[in-house]
Design a protein around this ligand. Structure first.
Ligand SMILES: Cc1cc2nc3c(=O)[nH]c(=O)nc-3n(C[C@H](O)[C@H](O)[C@H](O)COP(=O)(O)OP(=O)(O)OC[C@H]3O[C@@H](n4cnc5c(N)ncnc54)[C@H](O)[C@@H]3O)c2cc1C
Length: 398
């Protein structure tokens, strides 16, 4: 068995875990690097998932480790909405049953020597691999609006920087953004004792699922289990392989329609009457003043606040993945910052795969959600199985 036949999965979030489960079920020697679900562990513990139950299972080929199976195993039932700690417990259970061994070490560099991939880990070890799956999530894609670029993090920070909001008790804060993340952070900040204003560029859209609520059992005609996008488009989005065959322009317009910021109804009572909503307004300038921040808004008004939270989302771009060696990066063909991929999620570099938000350009908005992990895992495991010799070891060089 040769180390170069190992498949390395970089990342142990919903995508990395699902892909590893599919690879290992095919007896493909696999090594997974990264910290299990660490992006989600850093979210405030009292958050809820936006995803519905049917869209939040990780994927194993036999479907033995779904949320339903987990709930049954602990004598629980479907949660609406799903509390974050419940989801994290489920993912831990999934990992224990479906994925053997995760090496909780970060990859520092990934290069290709012409024949194989070479990975350096941050603890000094090195690994050789025949196939590599990049499943490193969205953390490095955090979008900072231009007005905030030069502000110190003590005054303005992306929402993903915050786990414990209790330190903002008694503070006067603003949250920029009109999506689920921004509004949920706003509710949590209010509940932590802060005075909160949401400033959003567009009107706030509360998700309307009248069709779901009114159609009884027929709702499954209108809503596929993956539940990404509005009725009609959601069925196209549910099949990433089909989506990838649409013309560029059509994919782009479906994507824009499907991922426009919107907020779950269950959040509404925690916002209305508690948090000031200033929609269709932008911050045009923010300047440190005294211990706080002085903000000028597009409607001509100003705010003096203690802290500005940027719930401004994520923009996938391969160039933010600094562990990819520049020479290898050059060989990955891209369009709009995303790798060009074949139907197996493989990039222009043979045996190098990208999943999650980076594959959204080709496979659509489902890739930004847990619900997209199954299709990616299935395709990649099939492809690796066809292109690998099953005689390998998974040793790491000291
Ligand atoms: C506030 C918030 C709420 C969300 N709610 C939902 C929701 O309800 N439903 C939903 O479907 N999606 C939700 N999302 C989107 C969610 O982040 C993605 O669906 C999901 O995390 C994608 O999984 P992933 O495996 O690609 O990435 P992640 O979960 O981010 O996992 C990335 C993994 O990569 C590892 N990693 C990173 N860099 C390296 C490296 N150099 N070397 C080794 N390992 C590395 C990390 O340790 C981690 O294990 C939410 C996002 C946010 C910000």
């Amino acid at each position: 068995m040769k180390q170069r036949d190992t498949t390395v999965v970089i990342g142990a979030g919903p995508y990395g875990l699902s892909i590893a489960a599919h690879l290992q079920a095919k007896n493909i020697p696999t090594q997974v690097f990264g910290k299990t679900m660490d992006f989600w562990q850093k979210m405030p513990a009292d958050m809820y998932l936006k995803s519905f139950w049917s869209a939040a299972s990780l994927s194993d080929p036999a479907g033995k480790y779904t949320l339903d199976k987990y709930a049954a195993s602990i004598g629980s039932h479907e949660q609406r909405p799903i509390p974050l700690p419940f989801f994290l417990d489920y993912c831990r259970w999934f990992q224990e049953h479906a994925v053997s061994d995760i090496d909780p070490t970060y990859v520092q560099s990934l290069r290709h020597d012409g024949k194989h991939f070479q990975l350096e880990l941050i603890d000094g070890r090195s690994v050789e691999a025949g196939h590599v799956v990049v499943a490193t999530g969205i953390a490095s894609f955090a979008n900072m609006p231009e007005f905030a670029h030069d502000l110190p993090s003590s005054l303005a920070s992306h929402t993903q920087e915050h786990t414990d909001l209790s330190e903002f008790k008694g503070c006067n804060v603003a949250v920029v953004g009109g999506g689920q993340s921004a509004l949920e952070y706003a509710a949590l900040l209010y509940e932590a004792g802060a005075k909160v204003e949401v400033i959003a560029r567009d009107p706030i859209i509360w998700i309307n699922r009248k069709l779901y609520d009114r159609t009884g059992p027929a709702r499954h005609i209108f809503y596929p289990p993956s539940d990404v996008g509005p009725p009609g488009l959601n069925w196209v989005i549910a099949y990433p392989q089909l989506f990838s065959r649409l013309p560029d322009k059509m994919r782009d317009s479906i994507d824009k329609r499907a991922v426009r910021p919107s907020v779950a109804q269950w959040l509404r009572p925690r916002i209305e009457g508690k948090v000031l909503l200033t929609a269709e307004t932008r911050i045009v300038k923010a300047t440190p003043q005294g211990k706080g921040l002085h903000c000028e808004l597009s409607d001509g008004t100003t705010r003096d606040i203690d802290h500005l939270f940027l719930g401004t989302g994520y923009r996938a771009n391969i160039d933010t993945l600094k562990f990819i060696d520049p020479e290898l990066r050059q060989k990955v063909l891209t369009q709009d910052g995303s790798p060009v991929q074949n139907t197996s999620f493989e990039s222009s570099v043979p045996h190098l795969y990208f999943v999650g938000a980076l594959s959204g350009f080709t496979f659509g908005p489902i890739c930004r959600f847990v619900a997209g992990a199954g299709a990616a895992a299935h395709q990649i495991a099939q492809h690796v199985a066809h292109t690998t010799t099953h005689t390998s070891d998974t040793l790491v060089k000291a």
